[in-house]
Structures are given as C-alpha cells and as structure tokens.
Design a protein. Structure first.
Lengths: 461, 311
C-alpha cells in the first residue's frame, strides 16, 4: 500500500505547490485545474489497478490456486543495509541480504520477510460463537437445575453455554475443528479434533476430543437439538448433557453395498465420560479405555423422505473398584446398547416451509456395582413439524430407569414451540412434565434464546 | 516378515497402477446444481458421466446434507460448485465425509465455477447480518447470464482436459460448438427482449441480477425485505406502494418460494406473478441450459405484452 500513500502524498503536495501559483495569474487556474484532474485520473487509474490486483489475488486464494509464477525482480539494494522492501501486490515482501554475508557463508539474494503480509488473515479459521440462554419457571424439587444431571442449585436463568467454534483446513490431508464451550463459570473443550480426510481405504479418521457416535442425541451439540433440554434417558443412562465425550480416536468406514448408505464407526477413548460427580465412565488405571461402536444405515425413501437407522454399543469402566483393598484389580464395567431410528420428510420444492422429523432411541444399560448388576432401559420418541418458514412445533415422550438403581423409573413428556427470526437466531418454549420415581411430579416451562455470530455454519441434518 | 513389509509398501503403487489402468473410463463428475451439470454435459459429451446434487426446483441455499450424496461424492473425479458461498450450509460436511481427496477444497478435482464469471453485487464497506443472509463474496446466482455460461463452460473444459489430456481436442471442440450455439441463441434472446429494455420488475429473492443486466430488466424491489428474511407486512406494503408509483406490472418468483405474499401483491397492484425458474429443472420443460433462457424469456415477453409493462 506504500505506493498508494506516496501517490496520495504527491497529490496533496502537488496541490500545495500548485496552490500558491494560482495567486500569480488567473489564467493559470485552468491549466492547474487540468493538472489536478490529470493527477486525479492517474491516481484513480492506479487505485483501479490495485483493486484489480487485490481482487485477482483474493480470487486466487479463494480458489486455492498457487500464487503467480511470474517472478518479480527484487529491487536494487538500498544503500546502508537490509531494509525490508515492499514488493508489488501479490508478491512476498523481501529483504536484501547485507553485502558480505555471502563471503561469510551466509545466504545470497533476497530473503522473505515473514509476518508482514496482511494476507496471513486469510488463513485464520472460520470462527463463530453461538449463545445459548436458558430459563425455567415452575417447580422441580427433585432436580432444581432443570438442565443438568444431579444439579441441585436452582438456576431459573442461565447463560447456559457460549460455544466458540474454530474450523479450518490444516493441510492437504486434514482439517481441524474446535468447539470451546464457555459456561457461566469455566471453559471446556467440548470438541477439538483433527480429521484426516483422504486416508486410503475410505477411512475417515478423527483424533482428539469428541462427542462419541453413540446413538443420535449423544453426538449432537446443544444448539442443534430440537429441544431446550436432552431426553431423560440421556440424563439417566448416558452421562447427561456431556454424555459420552472423551479424548481418543475415531475411525469410520463406509461399507460398500448396492442398496444403502452403511457406515461403521469404531472409537477408542481414554475412559472418562459423563457429568462431574456422577460419571458414566471413570478410569482407575491406564488400561481402562472405553469403546464405542456404531453402525448407521441410511436410505432415501423418496426424494422427499428418508430413513436413518443406527445401532450402538459402548463399554467402559465406571470407577467402582472390584475390591477397595486392592485397587490394582481395577474397576467395574458399564455397558450400553442402543438403537435409534429417524424418519425425515421435507418436500423439496417447499423445503424451507415444511418438514417433519420423527425420532426414537432405545438404550439399555448394564452397570456392574457392588450390589450386583443393574440393568436399566430407557427411551424417548419425538416428532417435530415445521408449519411455516419460521415455526416449528414438537412433542416428546420420555421414559427411563436410573442407571444406579434400575428399579427407579422416571417418565416425562414435553411440548415444544420454536420460532426462527432468521437462520441465525431461535426462540423456543417447552412445557415439560416429569414424573420422578421418588418425589413429586414437576411441571416446568423452559425457554431458550439462541443466537449465532460469525461464520455461516453447516445446517444440521 | 520383510517380504510382507515390502508388499505392504508396494500395495499403494499396485492399487494406483490398477486404478490408472481403469481410469480411462468415463470421467465421473458431480455438480452441485443442475445448471452446472447441464453445462458440464454440453462440454463433456459421452466422455463423462455427470449428476447434480440439488434439484432445480429446490432452494439451492437449503439443500439437506443427506448421506446418499456422500456416496455420490465418494466416487467423483471432479466436483463442480457454484461457489460464492451458495452451498455453504450443506456442501462442506458432505465434502468432509466424502473420504475423497480429489474433491477437497483446493484439490485438483474441485472446480469453483465462479472464478472467471462476472459477479455482481459484491458488497463494499461494512457488511453485517443486519443485511440478512448476505453473500459477502457477491451474488452467487451468476449463471443466469449466457456470457457467464460460456466462461463456466471454458473452465469446465479446461478441468476435464486436465484429467483427460487425451480427450482435450474432444472437449475443446464441444466447447467451441456450445459457445457457437449459445452465441446464436443469445442473439435471439436479446432480440426478443430488446423492445422491452428497461422494463421494471420486482423479484422475490435476489436471484436475477445477472439475468436483468444481460436482458435489460430493471429490478426495482424485492418481496424479501432482506436476503433470506421472509416478507414482513410493512415491507410488503412499501413494495406495493412503490410498484404502484412506478407502475410495475411483473413480479418474478422462484419456484421454491411461497406464492401467498406475491399473489397478494399481484392482486393489489394488478401485476402478473410469474413463477420463473432460475435453474435448469426448475420446471419440467426446462431440461437444459438453453431451455432455461428460452422458457424464462418467453414467459417474460408474454407477460410484458399482456400487461403492457414494457411501455
């Protein structure tokens, strides 16, 4: 941009120099005006040239094309040493090596100057922040915090989560995705992983911290859920809001067949998942890894409707020692089995106005405890209908045993109304009734304001 | 053991050699829209197989990222995209899950068709979402200008030739043929529209700036108050008043938008509401890129004659 500034300065300077001369003769005024016009034209031409170069450069970067191969002549070395010089737009700024360096075994010619290019911003990741504000009215004596497993502090209003996402391509072989979740207190890495996009054998591999591919709801972030909360079965059997979310590896492969989309996913995690205080999986030894396996089958029924089926399995240690006297023996095991089904309908020609999603998940938990094996089961079934470009109505039925005492059965139901002012914000109200196995039933009105800024994310599917 | 390791090391080379041997079959191309698929078909002829992801009658901003599309992308040699963030809501997760290194963004098989096209409405100055779902890189509906159609075809021909150097002459000959036919057709379209240059129209979404620029329409307003924001009563009223003031007699609506508000505007202003496809496949008759302009221009000319809007 320096040449631009130079031109600006010269225009101003020219004006100053030319200015007094107008005092000498009125006749000169016209010629001065012409000269100013001439300068202005030259300046505009230069500006246009720069704009074109800049947009060409942007287009090239956007297209991921290599930089121009035409070599730019390094300018002649300025007297007095290595001053960084501004190269023409599109070229790397360079600095001349001081004379004498060559003889001393140093490099010759021009060296690149790093950090000088404004273009480095282009490689910044896509960034976005999603705010999730939750509120609750009504009474719930069993679970005062309406959105957390075992939360006992009443939180009628909460800035539940501010999720910051950073996503970019790492190199020709991988991309990285980070989702940092800021609660009202503290920050956590909700997910942060690298995905190797082009491994041989059609393997899609992820390494990092991620939400496990157990069923449907467990893998979804809060902001793409069709409810303000998560189903009871997820709170009771699958570790609550965080669910199975851990550091590890994930490998997914498509199973080729002529009939349908079939994907098998295998995941290995460190073995710590679930809510603080009541973990789903907890390790006492390095070898107590947890595992998740998931099989997904998807098929288009018509161009407007499709069916998505899944079967999941997970196994991990629950931190309860076999024998507290000899912790070396390690801890007991919890196993989870799940099946899920999703039916979607969306008429293509009116896809932005009407849609329906029906989903259900069934989860079985087998938890080994000191008092024996607890075998619990839970499920939810829900339907969401979009009846206008901005309006959705939904209902959900919940039913779940508790993991630690399968004789305790909680049930519940919800009605949900969602309004979308735009693609980037959402207002939701949910009436929820829960019948707890112990304690009185809770009638609550939950509401949510959700808003996103920054890069345009992918629409959930 | 050593032999096993050597074999393992050789395996990729063997696989590569095998695929190279079979690779000279048809080039497998996926385009995100039917418009690009139609142009690709013109250029590629029988040396390629091509299919589109979005249907012409669906809103290209809101395509669902269905796993069945992953299966298509997995086998693609070339992916042609409209670009300018048109597909931002659904294409990135599909590409990511395609497990296909050839079509990742920036790879050889990824062709952004917008790079040489004439792009309009590139925002300048500060842009915010208060402007609606604004496209920061410019209006992505650029294919609705036959001149851009030629530019897209040229890029596609170059890309096909890069993958199939032996067929370069074939692709170039087809490109030349397509360009000649499009030139001739464009002359006809321009002649048809010439008497009505400057005709004022309102459109639902900002889908037609390139079309309007090429064929001399004057778009005076939009049914949407901002891109991607559904019509509001106040904005509709303002539009009706402005249409009455300027004597605007035509409202263009893309096939995927609800006709309730446009029809109300039509009743109030006496304007004709035209469902005008911005894409190949938008209506049944529009089966290729030529028929898209044939259909749209006939539709417009008939309506202009009927309403006297061109006077």
């Amino acid at each position: 941009m320096r040449p631009m500034r130079l031109v600006c300065a010269s225009v101003v300077a020219g004006g100053l120099v030319l200015g007094p001369s107008t005092a000498f003769a009125q006749d000169n005024a016209q010629s001065i005006q012409q000269q100013i016009d001439q300068l202005r034209r030259e300046f505009d031409a230069l500006k246009q040239q720069y704009d074109q170069r800049l947009s060409a450069l942007e287009a090239r970067l956007a297209g991921g094309q290599p930089p121009p191969t035409t070599a730019t002549q390094p300018p002649s070395p300025p007297p007095g040493g290595a001053q960084p010089t501004t190269a023409p737009a599109g070229a790397q700024p360079t600095a001349q090596v001081p004379p004498g360096a060559e003889g001393a075994g140093g490099p010759t010619g021009a060296l690149p100057v790093y950090g000088a290019a404004a273009a480095s911003k282009i490689f910044n990741p896509d960034m976005a922040v999603i705010g999730d504000f939750l509120g609750a009215a009504g009474t719930n004596s069993v679970q005062p915090d309406p959105f957390a497993l075992g939360g006992n502090h009443p939180l009628p209003l909460q800035m539940h989560e501010s999720e910051a996402s950073f996503q970019a391509v790492v190199d020709p072989y991988a991309r990285a995705d980070f989702f940092l979740s800021f609660g009202e207190e503290g920050v956590g890495v909700e997910e942060g992983y690298v995905t190797f996009t082009s491994l041989p054998g059609g393997l899609l591999t992820r390494v990092g911290r991620m939400r496990a591919a157990f069923g449907k709801v467990n893998s979804l972030h809060n902001h793409v859920l069709p409810w303000t909360d998560r189903p009871l079965v997820n709170y009771n059997l699958v570790g609550g809001e965080d669910g199975i979310s851990d550091a590890g590896f994930s490998v997914a492969r498509l199973i080729p067949n002529p009939w349908l989309f079939l994907e098998a996913t295998g995941q290995v995690f460190r073995g710590d998942s679930g809510a603080e205080g009541s973990p789903l999986f907890q390790t006492t030894r390095r070898s107590e890894l947890s595992y998740v396996g998931h099989l997904r089958a998807y098929q288009d029924i018509t161009e407007n409707s499709n069916i998505d089926l899944g079967a999941s399995y997970s196994r991990g240690h629950n931190g309860l020692l076999f024998d507290s006297a000899s912790p070396d023996l390690g801890s007991r095991v919890t196993q989870l089995y799940g099946v899920d089904a999703t039916f979607r309908w969306r008429p293509l020609q009116r896809s932005i106005y009407h849609s329906f999603v029906g989903r259900t998940e069934w989860i079985w938990s087998r938890r080994d405890q000191e008092d024996g094996l607890q075998s619990g089961v839970g499920m939810y079934i829900s339907g969401d209908y979009q009846f206008g470009r901005r309006w959705f109505v939904g209902a959900r039925y919940d039913r779940s045993d508790r993991a630690t005492d399968a004789s305790l059965l909680d049930t519940g139901g919800s009605l949900i109304l969602t309004y979308w002012p735009s693609e980037f914000s959402q207002i939701r109200g949910q009436y929820r009734r829960t019948n707890y196995a112990l304690g009185s039933a809770a009638d609550e009105f939950l509401f949510q304001f959700q808003f996103s800024i920054g890069a345009h994310g992918a629409h959930p599917f | 053991m050593k032999i096993a390791i050597r074999l393992a090391a050789l395996a990729p080379a063997i696989v590569f050699a095998a695929t190279a041997a079979f690779a000279q079959g048809k080039l497998n191309v996926v385009a995100t829209t039917e418009d690009l698929a139609s142009i690709g078909r013109e250029v590629g002829g029988d040396r390629i197989s091509i299919e589109a992801i979005a249907r012409g009658y669906q809103d290209p901003h809101f395509v669902e990222a269905k796993p069945s599309f992953i299966l298509k992308l997995m086998k693609a040699d070339v992916l042609i995209v409209v670009g300018k963030e048109l597909e931002i809501g659904w294409l990135p997760p599909l590409i990511q899950q395609s497990r296909n290194s050839k079509i990742q963004v920036g790879a050889d098989g990824y062709l952004d068709a917008s790079l040489t096209a004439r792009i309009l409405e590139i925002p300048t100055g500060q842009i915010t979402r208060a402007m609606g779902d604004v496209h920061p890189l410019g209006n992505p509906h650029y294919w609705l200008d036959p001149e851009n159609g030629k530019r897209i075809a040229k890029d596609i021909a170059d890309k096909f030739s890069q993958f199939r150097p032996n067929d370069r002459a074939y692709f170039e000959q087809r490109l030349a043929d397509f360009t000649t036919r499009l030139d001739a057709a464009e002359k006809g379209w321009l002649a048809k529209m010439a008497p009505y240059k400057g005709t004022k129209v309102a459109t639902y979404h900002r889908s037609f700036p390139n079309f309007a620029e090429r064929f001399g329409l004057d778009i005076m307003g939009y049914v949407e108050p901002r891109p991607g924001i559904p019509p509001s009563p106040q904005h509709t009223l303002d539009l009706i008043n402005e249409m009455k003031r300027q004597n605007v007699k035509i409202v263009l609506v893309e096939p995927y938008f609800d006709l309730k508000t446009p029809n109300a505007i039509g009743r109030d202003t006496g304007a004709i509401v035209l469902v005008m496809p911005p894409s190949v496949g938008g209506v049944k008759e529009v089966t290729d890129y030529f028929k898209l302009f044939d259909y749209d221009i006939n539709l417009l000319v008939d309506a202009i004659r009927k309403t006297g809007a061109g006077k």
